[in-house]
Design a protein around this ligand. Sequence first.
Ligand code: BTN
Length: 326
Amino acid sequence: MNETSEKILNILEENEGPISGEKISEMVGVTRSAVWKHINELKDLGYSIESSRSKGYELTTPTSRLLPHEIKKHINTEFIGKDIRYFKNTPSTTWVAKDICSKEDAENFNGTILIAEEQTGGVGRLGRAWFSPSGGIWLTIILKPTIPIDKLFFVTMAASIAVARTIRRMYDIGALIKWPNDIYIGDKKVSGILLELAAESDQIHYCLLGIGIDANIKPEDLQSSLQTPITSLNIEIGHDINRAEFLAKMLKEFERRYQLIEDGEYKAISREWKSLSLTLEKRVRITTPRRTFEGEAIDLDEDGALIVKKDNGKIERILSGDCTPI
Ligand code: BTN
């Protein structure tokens, strides 16, 4: 949305009832035909605007799209989401972020978020495809953390805590975190997190935090698999949520915890993650590319590895793979 369209939108949002094209053109300093052109652009972005020759223009329904303008109404973060880039349709926000960071210094994009209404090639953990129809919240946050590389797992922990907390605070639903960083409601997955890293020896160039949330997705549009039953916020709550408000609150929850990590407060993050864990103190099945075994998930260590006690008493440290409570 360009600056003039945004100014016109602000006028329509603040005005109760219709306002004439002439008045808008005076307020914004453009011709009446330019006003008409910008109104059409706003309509294309999903805003319902009634126009009548005698009365002028009236905004009747805001857009349901996750536009930066809508998110900015709710956001109160310090640096995350100050720069929001929106795509109606893109293969993957992670690819877009990689492209940006390969061309320019990632330092200038610390906190920038990329959002897609729909992804055609969404990427999940362990190289899996991530189904991303419109109605979800698909975003990548570009970050340049100043923490040791072996503490990066805490960034994904902060993100999973932020998603679970936002669901709990806004809708009073008991969302929990399944190791490593899936957010579950009951026995169904509602959100997943993926961290991609660009680093050289111990030096982090940047990392890309991908967050996918099945928000306003109807049951018939979900793609559950047998291994991972999934749900959406729409299904759990019974109606569509305000995605812009949800996202703004979630970013604030994330930023607070990210700042704790930057201050070296790892223990606080790990404590909170454990308090929201669906996995700890449960019998679990672990599947890695090389083997599958069962045992009791007894702890999470300082590297984010899951500590599993096998039936023969042997302790295993799991750094990646799938973990299913059984
Ligand atoms: C998982 O497998 O649980 C992680 C899924 C992460 C999906 C998000 S959606 C936004 C970003 N873009 C992608 O292609 N993937 C991540």
